[in-house]
Design a protein. Structure first.
Length: 116
């Protein structure tokens, strides 16, 4: 089970840190990803991190602003979001998978609202 938290309302330029807690599974067995879905839009990839945190990926739209990290001992994955923009407003989801293109477990999302 995955549970994302840390969403909220923030002004443009602000920061938030999302957390994803995993229970019932060994987090280190999975590649972890963050996705988001804005109102009226399809879900899109945001960031991902390999099992040992040796490699990360980011969508172009968040590169340089967002940082993904994980703590396998705590079964946690994080998404530090800085310099937030209005267009970052979305429901953010964490997911676990076996490959960067194969996510099999999803948790309920957490809403991030960025205002001017």
């Amino acid at each position: 089970q995955l549970q994302a938290s840390g969403g909220g309302s923030v002004q443009a330029g602000g920061s938030l840190r999302l957390s994803c807690a995993a229970s019932g599974r060994t987090l280190s067995s999975y590649i972890m990803g963050w996705f988001r879905q804005a109102p009226g839009k399809e879900r899109e990839f945001v960031s991902a991190i390999t099992r040992s945190a040796g490699s990360t990926r980011y969508a172009d739209s968040v590169k340089g602003r967002f940082t993904i990290s994980r703590d396998n001992a705590k079964s946690m994955v994080y998404l530090q979001m800085n310099s937030l923009k209005l267009e970052d407003t979305a429901v953010y989801y964490c997911a676990a998978g076996f490959d960067f293109d194969e996510y099999v477990y999803w948790g309920p999302g957490t809403l991030v609202t960025v205002s001017s």
